[in-house]
Design a protein around this ligand. Structure first.
Ligand code: GLN
Length: 252
C-alpha cells in the first residue's frame, strides 16, 4: 500500500511538509511506521500543489523512489502552496510501473490519490467499468486500478455529487463489487475529502492548517485516527467525519 497526504492551510514549502518532518512522507517511502500491506514505497511518487491564484494544480510525478530524485528536493525547497496532495507508491503486482500510474491523478482543479488495491483486477471491475461512458475509460491515465477508481469518482463529481459523497460512494461500490482497500484523498485546493476503507488514516488540525495522512508525520500531539469505513471532509479549519454509504444496488 502506498502512503499519502493532503494539506490545506497557510502556505508552506513542499519540503517543509513532505521532507522535513521526522516521519513525513519522504521517510515513509523507506520506513513507514504503520504500513500493513507492502514494506517500502519505492515505485514512484507524485506531488500536486496549487500556485498563486491558479485553480489548476501543478503536478510532479516520477517512476523512481522519492529519495532518488535530487531535483525534487530542490524544487520542493522553493515551491510553496496552501494546498498540497502527495503520495509515495508501492505498486500492486501487475499494475503499470511508469509515472503515469503514480498519484496524484488530476482533472481541472482536482487532485486524487488511492491507497489500496482492487482485488481480482482486472476481471473484477468489468461491472464497475461498464457503468462508465467509454470516453472516461479512454481518458484513463494508466492501466492501473487507481486510475479506474479516479474515473468513477470524477464521474460522480461531474454528476454533481459533493466531494465526500463521491469518494464514499465510489469506495462503497468498488468494495461491494470487487473487495479490496479504498483509502482515497481528494482536493480542489479549497477542501479535502478522504476515505478510510481498509488502511490507516490520521488527521491533525491546528492554527496553521489541517493535514490528512496515512500515518502521523511526527510524534507530536493532536493526531487523530480515523475509524474504518469513514468519510472525512476538511474545509475552513473544520474537520467532519461520517460513515461510508451503502453501495448502490447495481454495483455488487
Ligand atoms: N493499487 C495502486 C497501485 O498499484 C495503489 C497501490 C498502493 O496503495 N500501494 O498503484
Amino acid at each position: 500500500m502506498c502512503r499519502h497526504i493532503a494539506y490545506l492551510g497557510k502556505s508552506v514549502s513542499l519540503a517543509d511538509l513532505l521532507i522535513a518532518p521526522a516521519f513525513g512522507l519522504f521517510r515513509q517511502s523507506w520506513a513507514p511506521r504503520q504500513q500493513q500491506y507492502g514494506t517500502i514505497n519505492a515505485d514512484g511518487f507524485g506531488v500536486g500543489w496549487y500556485a498563486g491564484d491558479d485553480e489548476v494544480p501543478a503536478r510532479y510525478r516520477r517512476a523512481v523512489p522519492i529519495w532518488a530524485d535530487r531535483s525534487f528536493a530542490d524544487v520542493a525547497r522553493v515551491s510553496r502552496s496552501r494546498c498540497i496532495l502527495a503520495a509515495v507508491r508501492s505498486a500492486t503486482e501487475t499494475m503499470a510501473p511508469d509515472e503515469s500510474a503514480a498519484a496524484p491523478f488530476s482533472s481541472g482543479p482536482w487532485l486524487f490519490s488511492h491507497n489500496g488495491r482492487v482485488n481480482g483486477w482486472p476481471g473484477s471491475v468489468e461491472h464497475l467499468a461498464a457503468s462508465l461512458p467509454a470516453s472516461r475509460l479512454l481518458e484513463m491515465e494508466a492501466p492501473v486500478d487507481s486510475a479506474l477508481l479516479w474515473a468513477l469518482v470524477l464521474d460522480l463529481l461531474e454528476r454533481g455529487e459533493e466531494p465526500g459523497n463521491a469518494l464514499g460512494q465510489a469506495a462503497a461500490d468498488a468494495s461491494a463489487a470487487a473487495g479490496g482497500r479504498y483509502n482515497f484523498l481528494l482536493t480542489d485546493g479549497h477542501q479535502i475529502a478522504a476515505t478510510a476503507c481498509g488502511d490507516t488514516l490520521f488527521w491533525r488540525a491546528g492554527p496553521d492548517g489541517v493535514a490528512v495522512a496515512s500515518e502521523p508525520l511526527d510524534d507530536g500531539p493532536g493526531w487523530h485516527s480515523v475509524p474504518a469505513n469513514t468519510i472525512l471532509t476538511a474545509a475552513g479549519g473544520e474537520v467532519a467525519l461520517r460513515p461510508l454509504p451503502a453501495p448502490r444496488k447495481d454495483s455488487a
